[in-house]
Design a protein around this ligand. Structure first.
Ligand code: UZR
Ligand code: MG
Length: 264
């Protein structure tokens, strides 16, 4: 939904900027890569839940997830025609608007509100005058098959996760998802997978696994790995836990509580 990316980090950003003794506040940017249907979205959701974010109203969330699906390039008429015939490769890095991704991530790291386009997969254009506003949060998860492909983007991540899942499981899930959620036909799903998805995974996604700090086998099922990551995120955020003598609620002490202390 449109509100999904919302998070209100304003009050604390301003407070931190007024404190000269402290490094400028920056969101903790996490990249989440992995093949199609590997469980990237589910892993991000689980991380948010375990940080107590899912139960918060969107404007109060301190953790936001952004998907690279929002950043597909607007296609030319010729490309759109090919897309309609299933002959356009959406799994190739060129299908993404890399500059817009970079500008958006840099804006968020610079504590600015970012405006993200809403991509329409039916027309392969961006919905006119429709944007999702992302407010700088404490933790920003950016997930997508190719988020480690571009070096400039890759270097912005403070933590890089690769969600690993067997290719046959991913194909099975992708087929079910395309048929159920995307209204596609079995034949065209298999055709697209064979022609584009699989080769692009092997050429552009799989090789980026080596850049990961943590590889998560079995994807979202792997609660042990997800718990370790959540613990790491909490520890990284801990130095910011108190402010001007008024202690923030420690994220470590109350892992089941939402991170709402900046919101008054
Ligand atoms: P993941 N994709 C869609 O087919 N429709 C959408 O609305 C969004 C994404 C496909 C995309 C790529 N290619 O293969 C894959 N196309 O989903 C990436 N077309 O998404 O990482 O969740 O599998
Ligand atoms: Mg997904």
């Amino acid at each position: 939904g449109v509100g999904d990316y919302r998070s209100n980090g304003h009050s604390r950003i301003l407070e931190n900027r007024e404190s000269p003794s402290r490094n400028p506040w920056q969101p903790f940017l996490i990249g989440v890569a992995g093949g199609t249907a590997s469980g990237k979205t589910s892993v991000c959701h689980k991380i948010m839940c375990k940080l107590g974010q899912d139960c918060l109203p969107h404007p109060e969330r301190r953790v936001v997830t952004i998907s690279s699906d929002s950043f597909y390039r607007v296609l030319t008429e010729d490309e759109r025609q090919r897309a309609r015939l299933g002959e356009f490769n959406f799994d190739h890095p060129d299908a993404l608007d890399f500059q817009l991704i970079l500008d958006t991530m840099n804006a968020l790291l610079d504590s600015q509100v970012a405006r993200i386009p809403v991509y329409d997969f039916v027309t392969h254009t961006r919905l006119p005058n429709e944007y999702i506003h992302v407010y700088p949060a404490d933790v920003i998860l950016f997930e997508g098959i190719l988020v480690f492909y571009f070096p400039e983007l890759r270097n912005l991540f403070k933590l890089k996760l690769f969600v690993d899942m067997d290719a046959d499981t991913r194909l099975a899930r992708r087929v079910i998802r395309d048929l159920k959620e995307r209204g596609r036909e079995l034949n065209s799903t298999i055709h697209q997978y064979t022609l584009f998805v699989k080769p692009a995974f092997e050429e552009f996604c799989q090789p980026t696994k080596k850049y990961a700090d943590v590889i998560i086998p079995r994807g979202a099922e792997n609660d042990v790995a997800i718990n370790l990551i959540v613990q790491h995120i909490k520890e990284h955020l801990l130095p910011m836990a108190s402010e001007n003598g008024s202690p923030r609620r420690s994220m470590q002490d109350d892992s089941n509580q939402p991170l709402t202390n900046g919101v008054h």
